[in-house]
Design a protein around this ligand. Structure first.
Ligand SMILES: CC(C)(COP(=O)(O)OP(=O)(O)OC[C@H]1O[C@@H](n2cnc3c(N)ncnc32)[C@H](O)[C@@H]1OP(=O)(O)O)[C@@H](O)C(=O)NCCC(=O)NCCS
Length: 174
């Protein structure tokens, strides 16, 4: 199946309601932070999209928001931030979209935001997230054992990073 075309754009106020819909889908929210494991009010989504994150892009597919990606937890003295990616519609998964968006976001992080190191963390059962981060050149730094309660069990959290000097990320020059 061909990868859907996408663009990354700044978030807008009319993204808040669709994003709340994404968070209400357990197949999506189960892989996100603990704060997303219960209903997330509009004010919190607004805060996330417009104030809390270091950089956020809405992922737009066929004129509609399909997810968000960006960076949080900046430590600019060390040139480090934490990357995040969420595709809110499971029907869009498995077509190469996440991989392509992640590649773009890493490029933006290193070359537009001037980051030196990008961190990411994924819950261990989240195979799609592990796969796209490995494809994008992330290295596994370790794991936090039994770190999150999901679906009736404690699961590990895998810690990843990629350095600007790691060179081109495998997909970045396509
Ligand atoms: C993680 C996410 C962004 C991936 O997006 P996507 O568009 O499905 O990703 P892609 O299609 O580009 O790639 C998925 C890869 O994972 C692989 N994969 C998916 N499910 C898998 C599974 N259960 N076991 C092994 N591999 C799996 C696919 O085969 C593919 O690898 P390939 O390119 O080598 O074939 C998307 O699933 C998502 O937003 N999920 C909910 C939120 C989330 O998990 N965010 C990340 C938190 S760390």
């Amino acid at each position: 199946m061909a990868r859907p075309a996408f663009l990354l754009r700044p978030p807008r106020a009319d993204d808040i309601i669709p994003y709340m819909g994404f968070l209400a889908e357990p197949r999506v929210s189960q892989w996100l932070d603990d704060g997303c494991q219960r209903p997330v009010p509009a004010w919190r989504v607004e805060s996330f999209l417009f104030r809390d994150a270091f950089a956020v892009w809405a992922i737009e597919v066929e004129g509609r928001i399909a997810g968000v990606a960006g960076f949080s937890d900046p430590d600019l003295a060390r040139g480090i931030a934490r990357e995040f990616i969420v595709l809110g519609n499971p029907l869009l998964w498995g077509q190469g979209l996440g991989r392509a968006v992640l590649t773009n976001v890493i490029e933006l992080g290193f070359h537009r935001l001037g980051l030196r190191k990008i961190n990411a963390d994924c819950l261990a059962p989240n195979q799609a997230a592990l796969t796209i981060h490995r494809h994008a050149g992330f290295h596994e730094e370790g794991r936090l054992r039994a770190d999150a309660w999901r679906n009736g069990a404690w699961v590990d959290r895998v810690l990843f990073s990629v350095l600007r000097e790691d060179g081109k990320t495998p997909d970045a020059v396509r």
